[in-house]
Design a protein around this ligand. Structure first.
Ligand SMILES: CSCCC(=O)C(=O)COP(=O)(O)O
Ligand SMILES: [Zn+2]
Length: 207
């Protein structure tokens, strides 16, 4: 999918988020009101989904601006409850331009069975992740315990930033993936979800 081209950068970011939500919904990764999506613009503004809406049926009104520390720019607006996890990634790496969070069956189920990491070994699609040029490798996806206190969860994630080539998983909850552009983040999400689905199937037949 090409990034939407718009003369107005804010409108372009919003279009990217709306299109990403539809794409994630087609795969079943944003059931009910699950998931959240953001984009950082070249001027530093951050656009994120409002809390509580269906991310597959977004309209431009479902996207709002937040400050770099995760507060709504316009008083009274309610950004995603997980906005801090998006802002943490933007603060960590200036090259990150999009963050995606989904609740797939594979990430939810595998993380319930995992200790603190899901290991993905031997898959050709591992090459979707930066720095991977062979199937003959293992990519480790950290699993963090779920926490309704997102600030506290972000402090658990913090030491791992910069060491997660595929993103991370919150136990029983879902995945976080990012990229320089929305297209890059979506490609990474699609790769990771494919691999998690493969791993779930592999473990079923290995029993
Ligand atoms: C029904 S899903 C529970 C909340 C959640 O995990 C999620 O991803 C959506 O929260 P948001 O505030 O971004 O709508
Ligand atoms: Zn969530």
């Amino acid at each position: 999918m090409e990034s939407m081209i718009s003369a107005d950068p804010w409108a372009g970011a919003v279009q990217d988020i709306v299109a990403a939500g539809r794409r994630m919904d087609r795969f079943g990764w944003v059931p009910a009101t699950a998931g959240n999506i953001s984009r950082r613009l070249a001027d530093g503004r951050i656009a994120v989904t409002r809390s509580g809406g269906h991310k597959g049926h977004l309209t431009p009104d479902g996207v709002i601006e937040v400050t770099p520390d995760g507060r709504a720019v316009r008083p009274g607006e309610r950004p995603s409850a997980e906005t801090l996890l998006h802002c943490q990634l933007y603060a960590f790496a200036p090259e990150i331009g999009a963050v995606l969070h989904g609740h797939s069956v594979a990430s939810t189920v595998l993380s319930m069975a995992a200790a603190d990491v899901i290991e993905l070994t031997g898959y050709e699609v591992l090459k979707v992740f930066e720095g991977q040029d062979t199937h003959d490798t293992t990519v480790r996806v950290p699993v963090f315990d779920n926490d309704q206190d997102i600030a506290r969860l972000s402090r658990v994630v913090a030491p791992h930033l910069g060491r997660m080539p595929a993103g991370y998983v919150i136990r029983g909850h879902g995945v976080y993936v990012w990229g320089g552009t929305m297209d890059g983040a979506l490609a990474r999400l699609e790769g990771l979800e494919f691999l998690l689905a493969c791993e779930l199937e592999r473990r079923k037949i290995a029993r």
